[in-house]
Design a protein around this ligand. Structure first.
Ligand code: ADP
Ligand code: GLC
Length: 514
């Protein structure tokens, strides 16, 4: 039975991504770092996720026996694998907890035995995603039964795991069985749903509701209905004990019609249970003093390694090694969320004019929508100071954070954003839109006092991006002292996961009513 009191909690993270196993974006970083930070506070944390084809089974331990997962139309059988979540040499769980974070992988050939997490280039959103993730969410409960471990907290992340709180509230909490035939194993388990991005909700045809194995009464009670479709995230919002998103500003924005992606109503309805908790930076991975991908380490006391990183980055992109010219970096998924329409859109958006009119260098790393990849490729062949690498490259992303002078994030919306925090830690000044987590982590430059940690703009348009980059470049050439002070101020910021993990612990306790 799950316990309801005590200081140390048993926490089960249900997620579709976690580094270093599967990642499409910041969700993967956030889940693993948060889990480690919670373990360091002494909590017992386990992660459960699918075993996609890309995850090498040879490095995992196969659990004995099979798991039977009740699904509509019968039981689905699967196996499970396990391993410890790697953590940096100096961080391992401490402060009382001797237990590493265990990761469990659910393996099912039919659902996960293919390339891609949510889709493939030919099928961007797999047709059977509602069935795949309904199966995954159900399997989380069966896994707990199998290992005889019942969490105090079931923590689900984003739409792929949103059915887990629904299954808990509308079934598992009140019945079910464990291996000894005991009922009510999850009776005291409380649930949290973290929304990392409201733009993705898992909206599918109602026909797929069948696979959840839930009755139509639950369809309406849990509020799955969405204009004659089925909305998984919406049902999760209605079912979880507490809901949060990944920054206080984004939490506020999502309560408005403009930022709510049509779920502002359900979120307002749950507003007493809805908060924003800022993500952190995993300093074992993102720390210029220890980063193995940089040519030389550096810190606030000695920035000479940053000069070397800039040179290495310029070489890597085939740009002249000009130390006096400001170098702008950008890394992102090429989607509308990231402001790429305004930056690279029709008539080359603002990037073309920026690179043509200003004495700067611009390096880009990312992948995503085909039109944007095409435009970026075309830009880099026309401009001598704009260079791009299309694709995913972990190592290069570290070099960009270290080697660039400025980091551009003109996001349309940004639930938290990790790169602006990495940039601050690396003495790379962010140029960002004043929204969501960007607003909560960057302070705008004040030309009169020299204060601030970055350059910000409110309204998203090609002109605002152009003007704000222009402002930063002007300051680079004309207010050099301010720029150097901003770099150092950024490096002094504390975005530790410990702070966030303490806030999550408080949220867990509220969810448990203790
Ligand atoms: P989102 O999750 O919305 O994509 P975040 O800023 O939270 O945005 O996180 C993105 C994460 O993915 C960061 O760690 C970033 O460095 C990484 N990333 C995105 N695109 C690439 C890429 N092409 N190569 C390497 N890392 C990338
Ligand atoms: C999402 C958001 C991003 C956030 C990340 C981790 O992908 O787009 O802003 O940082 O999740 O929470």
């Amino acid at each position: 039975m799950a316990k309801t009191g005590g200081t140390k909690l048993k926490i089960l993270m249900c997620t579709s991504e976690a580094v270093p196993f599967a990642k499409t974006g910041g969700l993967a970083d956030a889940v693993s770092s948060l889990s480690l930070a919670l373990a360091r506070l002494g909590h017992e944390v386990k992660i459960v996720m699918p075993r996609y084809y890309g995850i090498n089974r040879d490095k995992l331990k196969r659990m004995e026996g099979a798991l039977g997962v009740p699904m509509a139309g019968g039981e689905e059988w699967c196996s499970a694998y396990t391993t410890d979540l790697p953590s940096g040499p100096s961080v391992g769980p401490s402060n009382g907890s001797k237990k590493p974070v265990k990761v469990y992988f659910i393996e099912h050939e039919g659902f996960f035995g293919r390339d891609g997490i949510y889709g493939s280039p030919f099928e961007p959103d797999f047709l059977d995603n509602p069935r795949r993730f309904a199966f995954f969410c159900r399997s989380c409960f069966q896994l707990c039964r199998k290992i005889g471990w019942y969490p105090d907290i079931l923590h689900a992340h984003d739409w792929p795991a949103a059915l887990a709180p629904v299954f808990l509230r509308h079934g598992e909490k009140y019945g079910g069985y464990n291996e000894s035939g005991e009922t009510g194993s999850f009776a005291t388990t409380a649930s949290i749903l973290t929304i990392h991005n409201l733009g993705y909700q898992g909206i599918y045809s109602k026909d797929a509701f069948f696979y959840t194995g839930l009755g139509w009464d639950v369809f309406y009670q849990a509020g799955f209905d969405d204009w004659n479709m089925m909305n998984l995230l919406k049902a999760g919002i209605n079912s979880a004990d507490k809901i949060n998103t990944v920054s206080p500003s984004y939490a506020r924005e999502t309560l408005s019609q403009e930022g709510g992606f049509r779920l502002d109503g359900p979120l307002r309805y749950r507003s007493e249970d809805y908060t924003g908790i800022l993500n952190g930076v995993d300093i074992e991975v993102w720390n210029p003093a220890t980063d193995r991908y940089l040519p030389a380490p550096y810190s606030i006391k000695d920035l000479s390694g940053k000069v070397k990183a800039k040179k290495a980055l310029q070489r890597r992109y085939g740009l002249p090694e000009a130390s006096k010219v400001p170098l702008i970096g950008m890394i992102c998924r090429l989607t509308e969320q990231k402001g790429v329409g305004e930056l690279f859109g029709p008539s080359y958006g603002s990037a073309f004019s920026i690179c043509l009119d200003m004495n700067l260098q611009f390096v880009f790393l990312g992948a995503g929508e085909a039109w944007a990849e095409h435009e970026i490729g075309s830009l880099s062949s026309r401009l001598s100071n704009f260079k791009a690498q299309i694709g995913y490259n972990e190592e290069l992303s570290h070099l960009i954070e270290g080697g660039a002078d400025f980091f551009l994030m003109p996001s349309r919306y940004e639930p938290c954003g990790l790169n602006q925090m990495y940039s601050l830690a690396y003495g790379t000044i962010p140029i960002v839109r004043n929204t969501g987590g960007l607003a909560d982590t960057v302070q705008n430059y004040n030309q009169k006092t020299g204060e601030g940690t970055g350059f910000m703009f409110d309204y998203l348009s090609p002109n605002s991006i152009y003007d704000t980059v222009g402002w930063a470049v002007w300051a680079w050439y004309n207010r050099r002292k301010d720029i150097e002070a901003m770099r150092l101020r950024g490096m002094e910021q504390d975005f530790s996961w410990k702070k966030s993990a303490l806030q999550y612990t408080e949220l867990y306790r509220k969810a448990m009513g203790t």
